[in-house]
Design a protein around this ligand. Structure first.
Ligand SMILES: [Fe+2]
Length: 389
C-alpha cells in the first residue's frame, strides 16, 4: 500500500455459474428452460457438429420440447461477418437464449451474436473495455476444448478480415450465465489440438499470475492451473482417451480461465492475437511458440513471481540465483512443449521477417499488453518475434 493509490489496489472477480463434471452437458435443456427459452440459437462449428456434441444438445432440448435453430457457420478465429450473420438469424427466428457448444471460436462468436442482438450496431464497434451497455441474452456454454476458457471469461476475440486484425471485447456482459464444463466432450480432440489448447491454458495461468492486475482473488486459481496442466498434459497427449486425465486438464483450464478473466493476460496473448488476426494462425500454437521467448523478456520485471511459477512447475529453486531459476524455467517450459510435440517456430507456421513490423504494431494495440509485467515498446516486441522466428 505504499507506492500505489488505493484504487489501483482494488481487485474484482467475476465468474459464471459453473457445473463441472462428466455429463454436465446433458443439463442444458434444464438450464434453457430456467431461462424461459422459447427458441434457442445453438452456435457451433462443423467439426464439433461432426463429433456429435451438437446432437447431445439437441436431444436435451428436444426432451423438454424446447425449439431451437442451429448456426454452425463459424471458422477458427471467428470473423465479424459470421457474428453479424448469426445475429441476423437470431433475430429473424425470434430466439431468446443462446447455447454455444464448441471451442473458443463458436463461444466467442456466440458472445458476439448476443452483443449485437441486444445492443444493435456492428460487432467491431464494441471493441475495448466495458463498451457493452445493454444486457445480452442468456448464454449457456458447453466447451469442447480444454484451453480457451471462453466459457468462463469476460473476453470475446473477433477477427476483422478487412484490417486483418483481431479485436478484443472485454466486458462482464460476455461472461456466460452458465458454463457446463463436461470433460467428456474433450475426448474427441486429436493429440495436436489437445496439446495446443492445453498449452494455451498453461499460458493463461502463467500470464494471469505475473500480470500487473493479479492478486489474491486470482493467484490461487492460476497456480493450481499451472500444477494441473503441467502435471497431466504430456500424459494426456500420449493417452487421449483417458477420461481422468481429460478431467484434470479441463479443471486446470477452468482455473486458468477464472484467473485470466479477472487478472487479464500479457504479451504472449497480445502477440498471439496479432498473429491470429494478420495470418489466421491457430491461437494455441502461436502461444506455445511465443511462451518461453516472452518469459525470457519478462523475467527480470517479475522475478519473485516467476520463482513461484518455477516452484509450481516442480523446480527446486532453493539456493538458486534468479538467473539460474530463469534458465531452469525456460528449460522446463521447453521440455513440456517438446513432450507434447509443439516444437515449431514461427517460420514453420508461415511467418516471414517482413511480417514482424505490422505484427508488432498490432500487438502493441492489444489490451493484453497493458497488464504485461514489463512495459514493452515496438522494438521490444519486434525482438521477441525475431527470437521466435
Ligand atoms: Fe488463450
Amino acid at each position: 500500500m505504499t507506492n500505489s493509490s488505493p484504487i489501483a489496489n482494488l481487485r474484482k472477480f467475476v465468474s459464471p455459474e459453473i457445473i463441472f463434471g462428466v455429463g454436465a452437458r446433458k443439463t442444458v435443456g434444464n438450464y434453457a428452460r430456467t431461462f424461459g427459452a422459447q427458441r434457442v440459437l445453438i452456435v457451433s462449428d462443423p467439426g464439433v457438429l461432426a463429433a456429435g456434441w451438437v446432437a447431445d444438445v439437441e436431444a436435451s432440448l428436444q426432451e423438454l420440447d424446447i425449439d431451437y435453430r442451429l448456426y454452425t457457420d463459424v471458422s477458427p478465429n471467428p470473423r465479424s461477418e459470421e457474428v453479424m450473420r448469426g445475429a441476423a438469424l437470431y433475430q429473424q427466428e425470434g430466439c431468446n437464449v443462446i447455447v454455444a457448444v464448441g471451442g473458443g471460436s463458436p463461444m466467442d462468436c456466440a458472445k458476439g451474436i448476443g452483443i449485437v442482438s441486444a445492443n444493435r450496431g456492428h460487432i467491431l464497434s464494441f471493441e475495448g473495455v466495458d463498451q457493452i451497455h445493454a444486457p445480452i441474452p442468456p448464454l449457456i456454454f458447453i466447451p469442447t476444448t480444454a484451453g480457451t476458457s471462453a466459457d468462463v471469461s469476460q473476453f470475446a476475440i473477433i477477427s476483422d478480415q478487412v484490417s486483418r486484425s483481431k479485436i478484443s471485447i472485454i466486458s462482464k456482459a460476455v461472461v456466460p450465465d452458465v458454463s457446463l464444463i463436461d470433460p467428456e466432450t474433450t475426448i474427441t480432440m486429436d493429440p495436436f489440438l489437445t496439446a495446443c489448447t492445453g498449452v494455451d491454458a498453461l499460458v493463461h495461468a502463467i500470464e494471469a499470475y505475473v500480470s500487473t492486475a493479479s492478486g489474491p482473488l486470482t493467484d490461487m486459481h492460476a497456480l493450481e492451473a499451472i500444477k494441473l496442466v503441467s502435471a497431466n498434459l504430456a500424459e494426456l497427449v500420449a493417452n487421449p482417451q483417458d477420461l481422468a486425465l481429460r478431467e484434470a486438464v479441463m479443471l486446470g483450464s477452468m482455473k486458468a480461465g477464472l484467473a485470466f478473466s479477472n487478472a487479464i493476460l500479457g504479451a504472449v496473448h497480445a502477440m498471439s492475437h496479432s498473429l491470429g488476426g494478420y495470418l489466421d494462425l491457430p491461437h494455441g500454437l502461436c502461444n506455445a511458440i511465443l511462451l518461453e521467448h516472452v518469459i525470457d523478456f519478462n523475467y527480470a520485471a517479475a522475478e519473485e513471481k516467476f520463482k513461484v511459477v518455477a516452484d509450481t512447475l516442480g523446480i527446486d529453486t532453493r539456493g538458486m540465483a534468479h538467473n539460474a531459476i530463469k534458465q531452469r524455467l525456460l528449460q522446463s517450459v521447453h521440455g513440456l512443449k517438446t513432450e507434447v510435440g509443439l516444437t515449431q517456430r514461427l517460420k514453420e507456421a508461415g511467418v516471414c521477417s517482413s511480417d514482424i513490423p505490422v505484427l508488432s504494431k498490432q500487438a502493441l494495440k492489444d489490451p493484453c499488453i497493458l497488464t504485461n509485467p514489463r512495459k514493452s515498446n515496438t522494438r521490444d516486441v519486434e525482438v521477441v518475434y525475431e527470437e521466435a522466428l
